[in-house]
Ligand binder design. Sequence first.
Ligand code: NAD
Length: 311
Amino acid sequence: MLLEGKVAIITGAGRGIGREEALLMAKHGAKVVVNDLGAHFDGSGAPTGSPAQEVVAEIKKMGGDAIANGESVTDHKGAKRILECALDTFGKANILVNNAGILRDRMIFNMDEESWDAVVAVHLKGAYNMSHHLCAYWREEHKKGNQLNGRVINTASDAGLLGNVGQSNYGACKAAVAAMAIIIDAEMRRYGVTANAIAPLARTRLTVEATPSTAGLMGGDVKEGEFDVWGPQNVAPLVTWLASDDAADVHGEVFRVGGGTVFLLQGWHTVGKVRQQATWDPEKLGPALKTELAKGITAKESMAAVMGEGL
Ligand SMILES: NC(=O)c1ccc[n+]([C@@H]2O[C@H](COP(=O)([O-])OP(=O)(O)OC[C@H]3O[C@@H](n4cnc5c(N)ncnc54)[C@H](O)[C@@H]3O)[C@@H](O)[C@H]2O)c1
C-alpha cells in the first residue's frame, strides 16, 4: 500500500488512463477526487453519462473511498472548487494528476482558432489552473508546519516531446506541461512538493477513435491470457509510485510509459556548438552550423520509431 492516508485529485479520471490511475491509487489506500466533465473526445457536446460517478462506484465497491466532481479544469474558479471538494470531503489534498485531455487535430493551415483555443484551455490552462491552486494551498500549509508531501504529475505526450503531424495545438501544450512540471518542481521543492511528467502510450478513445494513425496499432482484440500491452492500466503503476513518499527524491523528470516499459527521457540539452570570439557573419555562421549538424548529433527520436519498436 503506497498511498495510505493520501488524498489524490485526478482530472479526467472518468475514462481511459485517468480512470486506471484512480482505481490503482484507491487500491493503494488513497482517497480520490475523480474529476471528469464527461464530454466528447473533442471537448464538445453536453456531458454524456457520468463516467466520474461510475469510477467512484467501482472504487467504493472494492472498499475504497472516492468522490465524483464534474467541474471543467478550464475554469479557473471551477478548478479551485475541485481542490475545495477534496478539502471539504477528505480534509486535505496530497496528490494532483493533471490528466484531463481532448483532441482537435488539424494541419496548421486548417487549424481554426476555436480548435487551438479549446485544446490549449484543457491541456495547458487546465494544468496551470489546477497546479496554481494546489501549490498555493501546499505553500500555505507548509508555512503552518503541515508537511503534505505534495505531488504534481503532468500528463505530457510524445506528440509534444517528439512532434506529430496534425497536432500543433496538442503537441505544443504537451511539451509545455512537461516544461511546466520541471519548473513547478524547481519552485516547490522547498515546500516538500515534487513535480514530474509522463508521456503515456495506451489504448483509449483518444488513440483509437480520435487518432487513425494509432488506432490500427493499439486497437483490436486482446487475446485471452496474453499481456494487454496497450492497456491503459499499464500507465497507472508509474503514476501511483511517483505520487508516493517513496518517490520523494524523483523530481523534475519526464518518463514515457506503456505496456511493461518505462522510458527515462531527457529533453533539450546541448550536443554541440560552434564558437568564435566575435560576432558571427551570417554567411560564415551557416557553413559552420552545417558542418556541425552534418555530424548527426541532433538526430531525434521519432514517434514512428518509438511506435514501430513496440513496447
Ligand atoms: N492514450 C494515449 O496513448 C495518450 C498518449 C499521450 C498522452 N495522453 C494523454 O493522457 C490523458 C488521458 O487521455 P486518455 O487517452 O485516457 O483519453 P480519454 O478521452 O479516455 O480520457 C480523457 C478524459 O478527460 C476528460 N476531460 C476532457 N476535458 C475535460 C475538462 N475540461 N475537465 C475535466 N475533464 C475533462 C474527458 O471527459 C475524458 O474522460 C490526456 O491528457 C491525453 O492527452 C494519452
